[in-house]
Design a binder for this molecule. Structure first.
Ligand SMILES: [Zn+2]
Length: 314
């Protein structure tokens, strides 16, 4: 029997755009939707309609000063949050909040057992966003706000975030670095943007041991990513016993992706998904919310998301 998997996307995500060619652009989610729409998977997914802002939850993770800064910069039509990577336009604040809102709606439905799992086909991505700084195309940390929301709203204590975007999720790591209730794992190309994510970074104080990094050399392929998830992440999960799993699902480790030198295939992402699903079935009744992070070759991204969804449906 296939699982009840929610799919959340929104045409308003396309309003966040740069005035020039940028890899993180509306074509990403639009191409995924078109690709899925032409495949037979679309009818198996439960389309979740939503029009929900995550704004009131931003400060569970971000500082008020940073939230105000992003709001004000969008209002005054500023162009960048950082040196030039992270553009904004007049709609970006609302769109980024819609992305957070999608994650919270998905989290609610899964926590209330109305769905088994969900995929948030959202943008902008979130895992580079720190408490008081946006960077790396990320404004607000979608996965991190979701984790806090589940803890506060649904009294879910132990949450695991698994991040297989090819870039290290410095923002998510920093937010939970001293927190033993959220286990953050990242597998990524190293050294690479943003520079963090060595094996030495393992959390601090009460959070020591609850951050785990599996840095991989450039050129790493399916087998190396799969090994990292199987041999590093999975044993840690067996011990941690998460009550909910969040996937920071980036697909930019694909061989066709312009922003990395890794060599994964779209089928490799199915295997990573299968392992996460197995861990979720074992520890938390299968509960997963997956959130789109990177992935910048349109065909590779769409194929990989398709494979990911096949895994979530099993
Ligand atoms: Zn990335």
């Amino acid at each position: 029997m296939s699982r009840r998997v929610g799919f959340l996307s929104h045409s308003d995500f396309s309003k966040h755009r740069a005035g020039y060619t940028h890899p993180e652009n509306p074509d990403r989610t639009e191409h995924i939707l078109k690709y899925l729409g032409e495949s037979d998977i679309y009818s198996k997914l439960r389309q979740v309609e939503f029009q929900s802002s995550g704004e009131e939850w931003l400060e569970s993770v971000h500082t008020r000063g940073y939230v105000d800064l992003v709001r004000e910069m969008c209002r005054s039509k500023g162009e960048y949050l950082d040196g030039g990577d992270t553009y904004i336009n007049e709609y970006s604040f609302a769109v980024a909040n819609l992305a957070v809102g999608a994650c919270l709606v998905a989290g609610n439905l899964v926590a209330q057992d109305k769905l088994d799992r969900a995929f948030c086909c959202t943008r902008p991505p979130g895992h580079h966003a720190e408490k008081s700084a946006g960077m790396g195309f990320c404004l607000f940390n979608n996965a991190a706000v979701l984790a806090r929301y589940l803890q506060v709203q649904h009294k879910i204590q132990r949450i695991a975030i698994v991040d297989w975007d090819v870039h290290h999720g410095n923002g998510t790591q920093a937010i939970f670095y001293e927190d033993p209730s959220v286990f953050y794992f990242s597998v990524h190309q190293f050294p690479h943007y943003p520079g963090t994510g060595s094996e030495m970074e393992r959390g601090a104080n009460d959070g020591e041991g609850y951050t785990l990094n599996a840095p991989l050399h450039s050129g790493s392929d399916d087998s190396e990513f799969i090994n990292a998830i199987n041999e590093t992440w999975l044993p840690a999960m067996t011990e941690f016993r998460p009550q909910f799993i969040i996937i920071s699902a980036g697909f930019d480790a694909h061989f066709a992706d312009p922003l990395s030198e890794c060599k994964m295939t779209s089928g490799g992402f199915k295997t990573l998904t299968d392992i996460a699903v197995g861990a979720a079935n074992e520890s938390c009744a299968g509960r997963i919310v997956s959130v789109l992070e990177g992935g910048y070759d349109l065909a590779a991204l769409s194929e990989s998301v398709h494979q990911h969804l096949l895994g979530l449906l099993e």
